[in-house]
Write a protein that binds this ligand. Sequence first.
Ligand SMILES: C[S@@+](CC[C@H](N)C(=O)[O-])C[C@H]1O[C@@H](n2cnc3c(N)ncnc32)[C@H](O)[C@@H]1O
Length: 178
Amino acid sequence: MVGVDASAEMLAVAGEQVDLGGVAGLVDLRHGDLRDAPVEGEFPLVTIPFRTLLHMETDRDRRAALATVHRLLAPDGRFVFDVFSPSDEDVSDTHGRWLEPRAGDLGARRLDLATRTLILRVRGETGDAEMSLAWLSVPEWREHLAAAGFAVESLYGWFDRTPWEGGEDSVWACRRNS
Ligand SMILES: C[S@@+](CC[C@H](N)C(=O)[O-])C[C@H]1O[C@@H](n2cnc3c(N)ncnc32)[C@H](O)[C@@H]1O
């Protein structure tokens, strides 16, 4: 398995887990950008888990990320990723104001409808950090995937494979169609 992340700190955490799991010989961790991943070859599975694609804030970045996946995916391989888009209720509750964290949240959050981003503020020992996640709707993701040469094989509402029925989370399994 090859793992790519743009953060050296996250790679260090992953490296600790790899050692704890006793799988060091099976995992190759690389520092790089998923829009142009420092990886060659063809893989039966390419996954961009836990909403990471939402770090792509422009269509250009999304296209670059999907083109990289297409380059690395074996002809009969699968591309699996998950994303979210906020519900209308979440939008009306949260737009423009900070909401304090609920159980399980990373930190306070605010939605910006102009840029379609969720901004998260996380309090750490050395100060506050903010990160933003740029969402798209399910039909918009379908368009990007089709343009990048992917067919959507399954669309789930969660990792337990319940079908997607319009909820905020979506988990996608795709194949190459070109
Ligand atoms: C939700 S975390 C997922 C972490 C890890 N891949 C996992 O599966 O547990 C999102 C990760 O995306 C990384 N990231 C953000 N932008 C990136 C980029 N352009 N290229 C590569 N990694 C990126 C962040 O450093 C962060 O570790």
